[in-house]
Design a binder for this molecule. Structure first.
Ligand code: KG4
Ligand code: ZN
Length: 343
């Protein structure tokens, strides 16, 4: 079984070839530089850039995988959620290709694909997946922050989500206040390594609330007021590092505390994490420590599979194919506001 997968939900143009649970190629063309000067993703620019880059990226994915197009069994694409114009490019290209090649087409839910990326290790494929069900999955990126109970393969239940900003968005917006380029998450991570996480005290929003929802906009506002009252912090290297470490500590503590609490309540023995923010070193360390303490197995997505990529779309599509899921209609439209509950 070989699957050609497209992912264009936001600002990464990505095409992958997946074969028997292995990602043979996973080409990602990032638009980060295109959007950097605007401090965030500009939807119209994202769509135009996908249009320019999609076919060169697809050609490279096929040639790196060394699979002739005739040997592809299914063509799949992210159907939602995401930016409408951006989603449209990948979805319509995949549907056109499926029509011409007479292959089944599958529209994939972007968040559902993130749920399975911690299980994709390359070689050997995720043979142990079933042994770790049920698990609680933290999916945390620039567009989403959610806790999901995965009861069995392709069976999940949303436990909680962010009520306002996503954690990655919080990193990016606070980075902008500090004067860092978009996306600021990786730079805050780098600066924080040399800073004191206890230097400044910031709120841990909703950390004690009994539900599994998140809220990060208050943290961003509190950093804005802090910088208004302490403008000198930005004038020297060390206080900036301390500020980054303190902000990161607040975000990480909320994510880890709520993930562990949800996992304990759900009675699972495994915790997973994926999405761009899962690249964060403090989050990876803190999840590892907390899981060890509470005796949960921890599966973190590999760095290359944390951020948006078509490999995770192809892996999920292949699982659906193997379970004989119904193909998606070739006329199916994008679903920009598709939620996990609607699956
Ligand atoms: O999954 P992703 O590529 O795209 C979305 O679906 O949003 O995640 C991008 C997000 C950005 O907000 C970025 O700042 C954040 O992930 N990010 C990080 C790190 N690497 C990426 N945040 C904190 N620390 C990092 N090392
Ligand atoms: Zn994502």
């Amino acid at each position: 079984m070989a699957v050609l997968a497209f992912e264009t939900s936001c600002d990464e143009t990505s095409v992958a070839v997946v074969h028997q649970g292995r990602i043979l190629s996973n080409i990602v063309s990032s638009q980060v530089e295109l959007h950097a000067e605007y401090g965030g993703v500009v939807p119209e620019l994202a769509a135009r850039s996908h249009l320019r880059n999609l076919m060169p990226v697809a050609r490279k994915a096929l040639s790196d995988a060394a699979i002739p197009i005739e040997e592809i069994d299914a063509i799949v694409a992210t159907q939602g959620p995401g930016l409408p114009g951006a989603l449209m490019i990948g979805l319509k290209a995949a549907q056109a290709m499926a029509y011409v090649l007479r292959r089944p087409f599958f529209g994939i839910h972007h968040h559902e694909a993130h749920l399975y990326s911690p299980w994709t290790q390359g070689v050997p494929p995720c043979a142990d997946f079933a042994a770790f069900q049920p698990n609680v999955a933290l999916v945390v990126s620039g567009g989403h922050t959610m806790l999901v109970k995965v009861s069995a393969e392709l069976e999940h239940q949303l436990l909680g989500t962010t009520l306002d900003d996503a954690a990655g968005e919080c990193f990016d917006k606070i980075g902008k206040l500090i004067g860092l380029a978009y996306p600021a998450g990786p730079e805050i991570d780098r600066l924080a390594e040399g800073g004191n996480p206890a230097a400044f005290s910031f709120p841990r929003p909703m950390i004690h609330e009994p539900h599994d929802d998140f809220s990060f906009s208050g943290l961003k506002t509190s950093v804005r007021y802090f910088l208004r009252d302490h403008p000198d912090v930005l004038k020297h290297d060390q206080p900036v590092r301390d500020l980054c470490a303190s902000v990161q500590a607040a975000i990480v503590e909320v994510l880890v505390t709520k993930t562990i609490r949800a996992a304990r309540r759900a009675g699972v023995r495994c915790v997973t994490a994926s999405g761009g923010v899962t690249c964060n070193r403090a989050l990876r360390r803190s999840l590892a420590t907390a899981c060890q303490q509470h005796q949960f197995e921890l599966r973190l997505a590999q760095h290359a599979l944390c951020t948006d990529n078509a490999g995770m779309i192809g892996v999920l599509a292949e699982r659906k194919l193997l379970r004989r899921a119904e193909p998606t209609h070739l006329d199916a439209d994008i679903l920009p506001s598709w939620t996990l509950e609607m699956l």
